[in-house]
Design a protein around this ligand. Structure first.
Ligand code: NDP
Length: 330
C-alpha cells in the first residue's frame, strides 16, 4: 500500500514537489488495533496550515511522514472485538491506502443509512461546521438575511441550505464561477448568488442584498469580509469559519478598513472551531437526516480517483476545482 508524505514545507502556494508518494512496509497489528482499507479520504483547506511549521490549533505535519486527515474505510483485519472485519469506520489516518489504527480511535459508520462519503462531508465534520457556525456562533434566527462565501463548497453549500431550512428570509451566496452560481440558485435554493470574480465584492453584495445582511458566514476573508461589514444591518453577526483567500499569502493581508461600522451596527465578529462544538453533533445528525429525507438538504461531491491524484485534489480545493465536498476515492 501507498501513502502521501510531506517532504518540504510549502512557501506560498504548495507545489506537487512538496509531496511524495511512497510504498509502506507491512505492519503487524497489536492488540486492540484494526487494519483498514481506506475507501475514501478527505482533502481540506485546513491541511494547508498543517503543512507550515507555525504552531496553530492543529499540529504541523512532520516532514518525511505520511500526512493525516479524515478517511472512511473497511476493516480487513481486526484484533479488537468491538470493531470486526467488514465494519466501515471513520478515522483520522487518511492520505494512505491502508491504515493501522487503534479501535478506540475509529467510529463505526452505518453504510445503509448513507454512502461512506457522506461521513466526510454533509454528515461529517464539514456539515457540523456549517450548522454550529450558523446556529450557535452567528445565532441565526428566522427572518434573517444570510450571506455565505465559498457557497458552492462543502461547508458553504450546507450553510445556505440549512439557513433556508431554518427560516432565513433571504440567502445569498458567492462563488468563483458562473456554473457554481447557477448551481446555488437552481439546485440548492439560494435566493441570489454572484461570482466574486465579476467585480467588486461590495458592489456585488449590495446588488444581491439591497437591504443589507443580518448574518455573514465567512469562509474566505479579505475583500469578502470587508464587503460583509459594509452591508451589516443593526445587530448583525459575522461567524468567521475560514479565510481561504489568505492561506497561501506570505505576508499578512490588510484587514477590513471599515470596522468602525461595528459600532453603529452593534455588530459582532466571532471566530470558531468545529472541534469546540462536538456537543451539537447529535442534534445536527438528527436535523440533517430529516432535511436530507425531505430534500431541503442535498449534497454534491467532487471525486478524484486514486492516491496518486490526492495531491492534485488537495491543490484543486485551494483553487476551486470542487463543487461540494472534495474527496479522493482510493
Ligand atoms: P470548500 O469545499 O469550500 O473548498 C474551498 C473553496 O474555496 C474552493 O472550492 C474555492 O471555490 C474557494 N476559494 C479558494 N480560493 C478563494 C479565494 N481567494 N476567494 C474566494 N474563494 C476561494 O472547503 P471547505 O468547505 O472544506 O472549507 C471552507 C472554509 O471553511 C475554509 O476556509 C476552511 O478553512 C474552513 N473550515 C473551518 C473549520 C472550522 O472549524 N473553523 C472547519 C472546516 C472548514 P470558488 O470556486 O468559489 O473560489
Amino acid at each position: 500500500p501507498r501513502e502521501v508524505r510531506l517532504v518540504s514545507r510549502p512557501v506560498g502556494w504548495p507545489e506537487p514537489s512538496d509531496f511524495a508518494l511512497a510504498d509502506t512496509e507491512p505492519v503487524e497489528l497489536a492488540d486492540g488495533q484494526v487494519r483498514v482499507r481506506n475507501l475514501v479520504m478527505s482533502v481540506d483547506p485546513y491541511m494547508r496550515g498543517r503543512m507550515s511549521a507555525a504552531k496553530s490549533y492543529a499540529a504541523p505535519y512532520e516532514l518525511g511522514e505520511a500526512m493525516t486527515g479524515g478517511a472512511v474505510g473497511e476493516v480487513v483485519e481486526s484484533r479488537a472485538d468491538a470493531v470486526p472485519v467488514g465494519a466501515h469506520v471513520l478515522h483520522g489516518l487518511g492520505w494512505r491506502e491502508e491504515a493501522v489504527v487503534d479501535a478506540s480511535a475509529v467510529r463505526v459508520v452505518d453504510t445503509d443509512a448513507a454512502p461512506v462519503s457522506a461521513y466526510l462531508g454533509v454528515l461529517g465534520m464539514t456539515g457540523l461546521t456549517a450548522y454550529a457556525g450558523l446556529t450557535r456562533v452567528a445565532g441565526m434566527k428566522p427572518g434573517d438575511v444570510v450571506f455565505v462565501s465559498g457557497a458552492a463548497g462543502a461547508v458553504g453549500s450546507v450553510v445556505g441550505q440549512v439557513a433556508k431550512a431554518l427560516g432565513a428570509s433571504r440567502v445569498i451566496g458567492s462563488a468563483g464561477s458562473q456554473e457554481k452560481v447557477d448551481h446555488l440558485v437552481t439546485d440548492l435554493g439560494f435566493d441570489a448568488a454572484f461570482n466574486y470574480k465579476d467585480g467588486k465584492v461590495s458592489d456585488l453584495l449590495r446588488e444581491a442584498a439591497p437591504d443589507g445582511i443580518d448574518v455573514y458566514f465567512d469562509n474566505v476573508g479579505g475583500e469578502h469580509l470587508e464587503a460583509a461589514v459594509g452591508s451589516l444591518r443593526l445587530g448583525g453577526r459575522i461567524a468567521v469559519c475560514g479565510m481561504i483567500s489568505v492561506y497561501n499569502d506570505t505576508e499578512p493581508a490588510p484587514g477590513p478598513r471599515n470596522l468602525a461600522r461595528l459600532i453603529q451596527t452593534r455588530g459582532r465578529i466571532e471566530g470558531f472551531l468545529v472541534g469546540d462544538h462536538g456537543d451539537l453533533a447529535d442534534e445536527y445528525a438528527q436535523q440533517a437526516a430529516g432535511w436530507l429525507a425531505d430534500g431541503s438538504l442535498t449534497s454534491r461531491e467532487t471525486f478524484v480517483d486514486g492516491i496518486d491524484h490526492a495531491v492534485e485534489a488537495f491543490l484543486g480545493v485551494l483553487k476551486g476545482a470542487n463543487t461540494g465536498k472534495m474527496l479522493v476515492r482510493l
